[in-house]
Design a protein around this ligand. Structure first.
Ligand SMILES: *[C@@H]1O[C@H](CO)[C@@H](O)[C@H](O)[C@H]1NC(C)=O
Ligand SMILES: *[C@@H]1O[C@H](CO)[C@@H](O)[C@H](O)[C@H]1NC(C)=O
Ligand SMILES: *[C@@H]1O[C@H](CO)[C@@H](O)[C@H](O)[C@H]1NC(C)=O
Ligand SMILES: *[C@@H]1O[C@H](CO)[C@@H](O)[C@H](O)[C@H]1NC(C)=O
Ligand SMILES: *[C@@H]1O[C@H](CO)[C@@H](O)[C@H](O)[C@H]1NC(C)=O
Ligand SMILES: *[C@@H]1O[C@H](CO)[C@@H](O)[C@H](O)[C@H]1NC(C)=O
Ligand SMILES: *[C@@H]1O[C@H](CO)[C@@H](O)[C@H](O)[C@H]1NC(C)=O
Length: 664
């Protein structure tokens, strides 16, 4: 009896040592059954893989060791203790040529990152606390998007972050080969496991970060070796863990194994025990169904809750936010009460649709009987709001028959309402993909295409300032009662773009329309708009979405498919089958080729919108596409530097096409 008890006690003691040894260390070769504190999208899948963000949009996820460690020395007060960690991670982008945003190893005084933002903030900070010394956060970032607002060097770097996303030190991902000493580049978002070692010496204040592919012994020469005084960053008790975040570019960030030790070298990982990475097949149709079913019951429950809340909050019903700086925009300001009445209280019956930026309602202004569309955009941060309102008011002054007129705005707590002209035929994508709608004839499509091109030309070149749309796609093209195409939602993307600086680089847009150089530079330009316009042309001509899953479950770019057909001489076969071949061959060919040209990998080789108008009007003829045209999808397989080189070298060979064939 007694011996049994002793045995149990003994086992208990052993167990507690195994999970967290006295010296402060742990090893996870896979995370099956691991006691971690997780939040956001983070989860441990049954195989034992720690998934921080799966492919969700604007997601963040955190995983911390549940117990903090003692990071300050008792004997020499103030000094930071040494520590060492190593982990194996993988970043799996959903679209091979676009990843985002990154994964960070974190030492932090708190595990509460609820006020931190996803995307470029990597789930660590927000607009107001980035750089604040009271954060007490050390991060080793593995960042796959360049953000000039944080002075990021490229789209594939490792950085040391002290309380701030402006890295103290950073360098391109890779390692120094032990035998030759040569530097070898590694691509973070390449869907293969890679290992990081972080070693800090509390006496020398030296922080080393080393990287290598798996399996490979730790290279002798670290990737980064820097003197970093952490004495004011570290507190006595600190948590260790991971943070990661996605933006518009979707990535699965995962950790396969992790070892940590205070005052010593972290125990090596056992590669044989690490869990496998997820297989990359996706089942779209079934997923959609699975999401819809719970959504409807959720919506019901929400409705009930919303009704109760509405009754309770009746007094706050018409509350608005109005600040001094808004006085000059008086004429563009709507009262919330008016919009509330116009839309019958934002009744679901008046709901026209909901897009990436918010829900849109139909309404009739009581004062003037004008039909309007009211877009409700939720917006937490007030940062940049002033600049944004200034911009939308200025955009509201532009008038073009192919641009949806912005009539004004209203502001409430955490919410912005934008009032537009009502477009009775809704958005173009409904016509393209909704089987119950009548098929748009080629003549109608061609007129819509020309209309959108002329609207975009106006934004790019003919108005007093250059307006970059940033989110051109069929669902942002609205049709008026005569089926004229009009561009909507321009500039709205900017609201999500930090706002305070016109040149910041939070990437916004929609997958399939995003130009490849956006991943490199993060900057939206008229050329990235032209790329999206190219994808739009193909979409309208082919009646297919810019990204569609293939039979094998892989994501296929429409652009690549059309390009393949062009190379095989079967370009016309890509035309929308719903048109049943009823189109003038030259027009269809022009639109398809122009689509390919606009979406050319190299930005310099893309035409301007004025050239596009000339081609569409038949004022100048396009010469043939260069036979060297290689698809974005194929280029991304030879990722990294080769991609850049190609973009640079191929631009010159194409640009003279315009000189030959006229243009401007
Ligand atoms: C991603 O995580 C969310 C939340 O945990 C879950 O609902 C969703 O099914 C996951 N998606 C995939 C593709 O694993
Ligand atoms: C996980 O660790 C925390 C902190 O040590 C502890 O409070 C909790 O009980 C543990 N949970 C499990 C399931 O072991
Ligand atoms: C930013 O994060 C800090 C915590 O570090 C929080 O106090 C603050 O409210 C957050 N700001 C916003 C705008 O969410
Ligand atoms: C980060 O860098 C940007 C760009 O140089 C600068 O404007 C900003 O103030 C920096 N932020 C911090 C917290 O250092
Ligand atoms: C830093 O954060 C602390 C605590 O949240 C706050 O009191 C302080 O004003 C912040 N400093 C700056 C420069 O924002
Ligand atoms: C590695 O990347 C750097 C910077 O991107 C580049 O200059 C260098 O040529 C690359 N080296 C190799 C071996 O690809
Ligand atoms: C960091 O790297 C340097 C150079 O290889 C080495 O001399 C030093 O011991 C390393 N420090 C730590 C803490 O690993």
């Amino acid at each position: 009896m007694a011996s049994g008890l002793l045995k149990t006690l003994f086992i208990l003691v052993i167990l507690s040592f195994a999970s967290c040894k006295e010296d402060g260390s742990f090893v996870f070769n896979g995370f099956r059954g691991a006691n971690l504190s997780l939040d956001g999208f983070a989860s441990v899948v049954p195989d034992g893989l720690l998934v921080l963000t799966n492919a969700s949009n604007l997601a963040k996820g955190h995983a911390f060791h549940p117990k903090p460690f003692k990071f300050k020395s008792d004997s020499t007060p103030g000094t930071t203790l040494s520590f060492s960690t190593t982990f194996v991670f993988a970043i799996i982008p959903k679209y091979s040529y676009f990843s985002g945003h990154g994964l960070v190893f974190v030492v932090s005084h708190t595990t509460d990152f609820s006020t931190a933002l996803p995307s470029q903030f990597l789930g660590l900070f927000n607009f107001s606390d980035n750089g604040n010394a009271s954060n007490h956060v050390l991060g080793i970032e593995l960042d796959t998007i360049p953000n000039s607002e944080f002075q990021d060097i490229n789209n594939n770097h490792v950085g040391i972050d002290v309380n701030s996303l402006n890295s103290t030190y950073s360098t391109g991902a890779g390692y120094y080969d032990d035998s030759t000493g040569a530097f070898q580049n590694l691509t973070l978002a390449s869907s293969v496991p890679m290992q990081i070692w972080v070693d800090y010496d509390g006496e020398d204040l030296q922080l080393n970060v080393t990287m290598a592919p798996v399996p490979m012994a730790k290279p002798n020469k670290p990737l980064l070796s820097s003197i970093v005084d952490l004495s004011s960053v570290m507190m006595d008790s600190m948590y260790v863990g991971f943070s990661s975040a996605t933006g518009v570019s979707l990535s699965t960030h995962c950790v396969l194994g992790w070892s940590f030790k205070m005052n010593g070298i972290a125990e090596p990982l056992d590669y044989a025990k690490l869990p496998p990475l997820p297989r990359l097949d996706r089942k779209h149709k079934s997923q959609k169904l699975a999401i819809w079913l719970p959504l409807t019951s959720c919506a019901l429950a929400l409705l009930v809750v919303a009704t109760v809340v509405l009754v309770v909050k009746r007094r706050n019903k018409y509350a608005e936010l109005l600040e001094d700086w808004e006085k000059e925009y008086g004429p563009h300001r709507f009262s919330y009460k008016e919009l509330f009445r116009a839309t019958k209280g934002f009744n679901d019956k008046t709901l026209l649709g909901s897009g990436g930026f918010g829900r849109v309602y139909q309404g009739v202004l009581p004062s003037s009987n004008v039909e309007v569309a009211v877009k409700r955009v939720s917006h937490e941060s007030r940062q940049g709001m002033k600049e944004f309102v200034a911009e939308i008011v200025s955009i509201g002054q532009l008038r073009h028959r192919n641009v949806v007129q912005l009539l004004g705005y209203c502001r409430r707590k955490g919410e912005l309402l934008l009032v537009y002209d009502y477009m009775s035929n809704g958005s173009l994508d409904n016509f393209l993909y909704d089987e119950t709608r009548p098929v748009l004839s080629w003549a109608q499509r061609f007129r819509i295409i020309k209309g959108v091109a002329s609207g975009l030309l106006y934004l790019h070149q003919d108005w007093e300032q250059i307006v970059i749309h940033r989110d051109i796609k069929a669902s942002n093209v609205l049709l008026d009662s005569e089926l004229n195409g009009r561009l909507g939602d321009f500039g709205l993307a900017r609201l999500y773009d930090h706002g305070t600086d016109a040149h910041t680089t939070h990437i916004v847009g929609t997958m399939g329309y995003l130009a490849p150089e956006l991943a490199k530079t993060g900057k939206a330009t008229t050329k990235t708009d032209v790329f999206a316009f190219g994808a739009f042309l193909l979409e309208v001509a082919c009646g297919r979405r810019p990204v569609e899953p293939s039979a094998e479950g892989q994501q296929v770019l429409l652009l690549d498919w059309v390009l393949e057909n062009w190379k095989r001489g079967t370009l016309l076969a890509t035309g929308d089958p719903r048109l049943a071949g009823d189109f003038p061959v030259e027009e269809m060919e022009t639109v398809l080729k122009l689509g390919l040209l606009c979406s050319y990998p190299s930005p310099d080789a893309r035409p301007t919108m004025r050239q596009v108008m000339h081609f569409l009007d038949g004022d100048s003829t396009m010469s043939d596409l260069p036979p060297s045209y290689t698809s974005v999808g194929i280029l991304s397989m030879t990722q990294g530097e080769g991609f850049n080189d190609y973009m640079m070298s191929s631009s010159s060979s194409v640009s003279h096409m315009f000189e030959l064939s006229g243009g401007r």
